[in-house]
Design a protein around this ligand. Sequence first.
Ligand code: FAD
Length: 406
Amino acid sequence: MSEVCVIIGASHAAAQLSASLRTEGWEGEILVIGDEAYFPYHRPPLSKTFLSGEKTIEQIQIRPAAFYEKQNIQFKLNTRIEAIDREKKSLTLSSGETLQYDKLALCTGSRPRILTLEGSQLPGVHYLRTAADIEGIQSDIAPGKKAVIVGGGYIGLETAAALRKLGLEVTVLEMMDRVLQRVTAPEISAFYHRVHTEEGVDIKTGTAIRAIEGNGKVEGVILDDQSRLDADLVIIGAGILPNVELAEKAGLEVDNGILVDELAKTSDPDIVAAGDCTNFPNPLFGKRMRLESVPNAMEQSRSAAASICGKEKVYAAQPWFWSDQYDTKLQIAGLSEGYDQVVIRGDYEQSRSFVAWYLKDGKLLAADCVNRGKEFMTAKKLIQSGVEVDATKLADDSIDPKELLP
Ligand SMILES: Cc1cc2nc3c(=O)[nH]c(=O)nc-3n(C[C@H](O)[C@H](O)[C@H](O)COP(=O)(O)OP(=O)(O)OC[C@H]3O[C@@H](n4cnc5c(N)ncnc54)[C@H](O)[C@@H]3O)c2cc1C
């Protein structure tokens, strides 16, 4: 009998891992089990073109169903795995059925942090993680309706942009002093605050939500200063948590993510994990990290697939990320954590095209590039090279980005 590799979760990591298993030479069965209703789809468009109605679920699928059929990759959708028995190498499904595995891949991703304030159970309160979440939002929106978004992170801001496009009145509530405070320099926060204000979004920083009110449905929100805002719907983007409980219950090591090594192996030799749910050592940084991004899920899945096939493919990638809002494309290279200097190229106060370079000890750690594709490519190379950079040249917009390279 051929061996069986089961993949839990059917999203970015699973789509890549299943495909990579075939390219790495896995000849046994591949079964992907996910609790959503759809084949793996691109999650980033959810807060962008899927929410705005420009794309359908078919148009955002990562691969067509025919691809999986051709590669003999089986799916069981609408199915949750409730437990893993590592000794018996068996899984308990939500249907009560059990299944045997030879190799197991955990691609369980993450879920939104749920707010437990008064009124948070009312119809009209939404989260933003799955296509089903967006379908719920879509049934509540119409031009002129009032939306309150809780959280001024990337997802909250992208949602604000999509809802403005659809003609809603949008308020963003951010607890901290500025939007994107956790992840960017003040200049980037100021830029997005300005752009959203220009587009008609009301951003309230230093403002927390205390309760949601309504008679059978959302009608308003109460802020921490006791003031009230009318609202027809509330969308909560208050961060995410890794889905580690299944692994933890099975006795795998977990610490802010499922602990894996640089080959995506867990503490069980027959179980790998990849994507948002993992905490992995990044040799480029000399430390462990947990990332929430598509490139991370895909790259790490390639290592996980190789490990299942008995090969070694170290995962040591430079993180990168992007965010689309209105006519601005932000591309982020590297991780800015720990920077000691920010250098700006371009005019972030007036225009919609500039770069924030993050330096530490004279070397480039990261760059936020707004509508600056060339600088983004240059930044990736500069970060990788680890050479000292000339801050004056980085700031000088008349110098071609290519000339910044050593
Ligand atoms: C609205 C939105 C916008 C985003 N925009 C960007 C962006 O612009 N750029 C970017 O790089 N990243 C973006 N991200 C983040 C990116 O989507 C994630 O990093 C990526 O989806 C991670 O993929 P994953 O496969 O690890 O996990 P997930 O996509 O979280 O998928 C995990 C899947 O496993 C399922 N699952 C969990 N437990 C079980 C179980 N026990 N049984 C069965 N199934 C289970 C989950 O329901 C889910 O379907 C965005 C995310 C969201 C929500």
